[in-house]
Write a protein that binds this ligand. Structure first.
Ligand code: PBG
Length: 328
């Protein structure tokens, strides 16, 4: 039997493969996460994230300018404050590091890319949780993050970040009602043009490991009472639907590569853009394997990001954004 159907025909040359590719990477579809740390004179390397730094304000400005020059679509800023407390006071302080940094880069970068901010308390609290704690009993081992009290803090953070010039607030805390709550306060305070990126389906993941070093996290315990159980697929879609109903402008799935099924589910129904976050541990796995000579670093990065787009992401947050944008 000689085959008449030969899918290999479309793979015969580089030009033919390029012409028939179903998924393409574009620099504008990439967002670069960046860390800015208060009180340092020089950028600090993060050992579990080769090539990624805790930036000073100056080195942050340069990193944003580089990303813009490479054509990257946006940057997502994370702040590392010098002083932390139980309620994360530095988060909504206009002089807090994240708000200062946002003002600094938003002015400078103009319309070249979109400046976005992480809206969550974990970088700012001394206990490292994404919200304020409630003492429930004499059992002090039992840490409970108070959902509704945390929403009040998120509202204050949202106003501070919007005032600092963040165009897109990344709500990553996984509190119930956070999108509606933040939308309400933005609209009531003259920030109806500030957009919301909802980390809708955010899982309690081991792949956030290196991020903890990046933000000097003080986390006690884990986040399983607010982030989702990796076992749950249907719940990911449910979370996205709730955020859409609450007015999310963009919904996101995080991490990316272990949750491509959830991403595809959300992409199938979402009327708004769907993003995915290739998190610190996903990058670290590629870097570690490549450093050992076990995989081809550039090919692995491209394959991972293409896979995330193929599964349904319109845009990918990736620590490789600038280098990838330069290459493609
Ligand atoms: C919360 C937040 C986290 C990450 C992004 N936003 C940490 C967490 O939820 O535990 C992780 C990102 C990464 O691992 O690259 N502020």
């Amino acid at each position: 039997m000689i085959p008449t159907v030969r899918p290999r025909r479309l793979r015969t040359s580089r030009a033919m493969r390029r012409l028939t590719a179903e998924t393409r990477l574009h620099a504008a579809d990439l967002v670069l996460p960046l860390f800015v740390r208060e009180g340092i004179a020089e950028p600090q390397a993060i050992s579990s994230m080769p090539g990624v730094h805790q930036h000073t304000l100056d080195s942050l400005r340069r990193a944003v300018a580089d990303a813009a020059e490479a054509g990257v679509g946006g940057v997502m800023l994370f702040g590392v404050p010098e002083v932390r407390d139980a309620v994360g006071s530095a988060a909504d302080d206009p002089d807090g590091i994240l708000n200062v940094a946002t003002r600094a880069v938003a002015e400078e970068v103009g319309d070249a890319l979109v400046v976005q901010t992480d809206l969550c308390l974990d970088e700012f609290t001394d206990h490292g949780h994404c919200g304020v704690l409630r003492v429930t009993s004499s059992d002090s081992d039992q840490i409970v993050v108070d959902n509704d009290a945390t929403l009040e803090r998120y509202r204050d953070m949202a106003l501070a970040q919007a005032a600092a010039g963040s165009a897109l607030l990344g709500l990553s805390g996984m509190m119930d009602g956070q999108v509606a709550s933040v939308r309400d306060t933005l609209d009531a305070n003259g920030f109806s043009d500030t957009a919301i990126l909802a980390y809708s389906a955010k899982y309690a993941s081991a792949f956030y490991g290196p991020f903890r070093e990046a933000v000097d996290s003080q986390l006690v315990g884990d986040r399983r009472t607010y982030q989702q159980d990796p076992a749950n697929r249907r719940e990911g879609l449910r979370e996205a639907e709730l955020d859409l109903a609450e007015g999310a402008d963009i919904v996101m799935v995080k991490p990316a590569m272990s949750y491509l099924d959830v991403l595809a589910d959300v992409a199938a129904v979402s009327p708004v853009p769907v993003w995915a976050y290739q998190v610190s541990g996903e990058a670290a796995m590629i870097e570690a394997a490549a450093a050992n000579g076990w995989i081809d670093r550039e090919r692995a990065i491209e394959e991972a990001v293409v896979s995330i787009k193929r599964a349904g992401a319109d845009t990918v947050l990736t620590y490789f954004a600038t280098e990838l944008a330069r290459r493609i």
